[in-house]
Design a protein around this ligand. Sequence first.
Ligand SMILES: [Zn+2]
Length: 481
Amino acid sequence: MSYEKLPLEEFYKTIDELKPKFIERLQKAIAIPSVSSDETLRPKVVEMAHFLVDELTTLGFQDIQLKDLGIQPPPVADANLKLPPIVLARFGQDPKKKNVLVYGHYDVQPALKEDGWATEPFTMFHDKENDILFGRGSTDDKGPVMGWLNVVEAHNKLGWELPVNLVCCFEGMEESGSLGLDELVAKEAQQYFKGVDQVTISDNYWLGTTKPVLTYGLRGCNYYQIIVEGPGADLHSGIFGGIIAEPMTDLVKLMSTLVDNKGKILIDGVSDMVAPLTEKEDQLYDAIDFSVEELNAAAGSKTSLHDNKKDILKHRWRFPSLSLHGIEGAFSGAGAKTVIPAKVVGKFSIRTVPNIVSNTLDKLVIDHVTKEFAKLDSVNKFKVELIHDGAYWVSDPFNESFTAASKATQDVWNVVPDFTREGGSIPITLTFEKELGVDVLLLPMGRGDDGAHSINEKLDVPNYINGCKTLGGYLHYYAKA
Ligand SMILES: [Zn+2]
């Protein structure tokens, strides 16, 4: 892919020069254990918000606001527990420039040394031999958040203007369901976020470990349960086996009608809703750096349903899947208990993709299970229902922002990025797209093996530093698009 390069060498060089300072900034951020799910650490989450305010102030950001989100709804131990604030800030308000909103989160997952960390999780460890920064939040999401600040610092040092007006939205509850974010975004859509042209989120990862990616799609998830209820209490099979209708028998039969063991969804009408694969989309899969071996390594087995890269990726990203998750109320311990469970609840979900219509899917699922239950001619009570749903997201990987991000990536990494989707969900993506009515770009910094939610979370120094260059370069290319 050829493109007209912008003269950004000075900027990229400045990022390199500031490397020690940027590593120190990340180290300070990691040192604050801003674990949003731990109520006792809530003051640390708030401290992290204030750390950001101090950094933003020093760098010359304007209109810095801490948005109060009120009291955290139950379940909480402390009924008066306050949600951490959302940090808003701007850099520049030039009406001639485009406005880019950047989102990140400053809270982190819990981490204890005893969980198996090689080093203290909240004391950044720089492994100089391999040039890796270890610490909770290094890649998720303090590295990327510091990345945006670093971009501004490099511009300040050069005496350059930012090519766009930057609007920052940093939240402190992402790892705990983003409580309060949807309301805040809706409320500020025509206030603080008025005039935003584009939203960039840096809070996901490369697919692998060597090739940068830009992410243009996420699957949604509709989660259902089937409830089958019979006897008034759990019974003993020695007394009641063979003479009463057992709920578990009905449920297992019902669940077996949902999907076959090759992953094919057996509910009529679901596959008809899936968007046809275009040739242009099909070609995107050719270049992607991925292999069956990588899947086997990630799964810890050789149990792939597909024997080639393209089929694996398509089934992870652009086709729906149905998974059976569990049965509540069933005997699940070790041993040989002879119980007949009185009430069992089967849980399953469908990962959704374009153009599945969520409530049409619900109807197809409910009609299917209801019809299958009728076939059983059972005397048990039955119900099937949706527990929750979250929509899929897909963007145009050939639009202005993806094209700009691709050019910046090529400047920095010397390679055309892979255009990827993800099999899971990032709900905030949809929130921003829906409330602001603009395109969203997912521009990841870290690698696929960073261990965002596990022990020994890390960010490779090249990813951090080149990530800063890519974020900044992206703003320049987008400004010119
Ligand atoms: Zn994250």
